[in-house]
Design a binder for this molecule. Structure first.
Ligand code: AMP
Ligand code: ZN
Length: 119
């Protein structure tokens, strides 16, 4: 746990959240500033700063995390129509909270990933 990480504090119960799902290693809660009618974050309870910090020793934990993302999306009623999952990594990825999290965005059709042509 990192004492100055807001998601670690949420995982520890020190900062409240609108909890959707919890088990020994994973927590899911509603995003504070939803971008879609349903906007949920799924995090490992353990402090992992970003996707790039995963390594081969984390395969079981990462696999469980991803499977739980699908589970949470199903329990939220999003699976039939579908949803967008997003993982932002570091500066160019637009990551604002440096604790690995997977966004689940659903409840409406989400637009194309790239809104204008070119790179
Ligand atoms: P990212 O830009 O991928 O790092 O996304 C961080 C997300 O965390 C944003 O969508 C924020 O709205 C969300 N967020 C920040 N603080 C909180 C909080 N205390 N509870 C719930 N969501 C939060
Ligand atoms: Zn953390």
């Amino acid at each position: 746990m990192s004492a100055d990480c807001i998601f670690c504090l949420i995982a520890a119960g020190s900062i409240p959240c609108d909890k959707v799902y919890e088990d020994d290693t994973v927590l899911a809660f509603q995003d504070l500033h939803p971008q879609t009618p349903t906007h949920t974050l799924v995090i490992p309870k353990r402090h992992i700063p970003c996707l790039d910090d995963l390594n081969e020793n984390d395969r079981n934990e990462a696999g469980h995390l991803l499977e739980r993302v699908a589970h949470v999306a199903r329990t939220l009623g999003l699976a039939e129509k579908g949803y967008r999952t997003v993982i932002n990594t570091r500066e160019h990825g637009g990551q604002e909270v440096d604790h690995l999290h997977i966004h689940i965005l659903g409840g409406r059709r989400v637009g194309p990933m790239v809104s204008r042509p070119g790179i």
